[in-house]
Design a protein around this ligand. Structure first.
Ligand SMILES: O=C(CO)[C@H](O)[C@H](O)COP(=O)(O)O
Length: 158
């Protein structure tokens, strides 16, 4: 699996640990930054770049997911969800990690690095990556409704 990762200063230490963990687990990690610690850096650009790469890869038939994180994960999720085709879920326990895949077919996970231990957060991400979408009709229908809205707004804005 190719995993696109992005964070900001609040998650940089965690990002390095996570990248080693995912690489050792056999994933191909693509880091979208930041490269160095800058206490005033801004998460949107990093997270949008990772989210765009997820959509680009999946459109090309490449198995890819995204992981974005910052202090809370809130802004990172919001930024990722601005990219057409992204379903980014804010995950804060094992259950929300599993449901993000089972019910929402989320293709990006967002985590608050300041809200969890490194071990906890890595556990959520591992669960998210390993869990498949259920393909239950009701979930397919609901995701389709979101995609329909996104498509209609996108073409209205074009
Ligand atoms: O989680 C975040 C956004 O949702 C950011 O990581 C957080 O806002 C950064 O805070 P600060 O600039 O005070 O370190």
């Amino acid at each position: 699996m190719r995993i696109h990762i992005a964070t900001d200063h609040a998650g940089l230490d965690f990002s390095r640990t996570l990248q080693s963990h995912l690489t050792e687990a056999g994933h191909e990690v693509v880091d979208h930054g930041p490269e160095t610690y800058e206490p005033l850096d801004d998460y949107p650009g990093f997270c949008i770049a990772a989210a765009e790469a997820v959509v680009r890869d999946r459109s090309a038939g490449i198995d890819a997911l995204g992981v974005v994180f910052g202090g809370s994960g809130n802004g990172e999720q919001i930024a990722a969800n601005k990219v057409v085709g992204v379903r980014a879920a804010l995950v804060w326990n094992e259950s929300t990690a599993l449901l993000a895949r089972q019910h929402n077919d989320a293709n990006v996970i967002s985590i608050g690095a300041r809200q969890h231990t490194v071990e906890e957060a890595i556990g959520f991400i591992d669960s998210f990556i390993a869990e498949p979408f259920s393909h239950d009709e009701r979930h397919v229908r609901r995701i389709g409704q979101i995609a329909d809205y996104e498509r209609s707004r996108h073409s209205a804005d074009a």
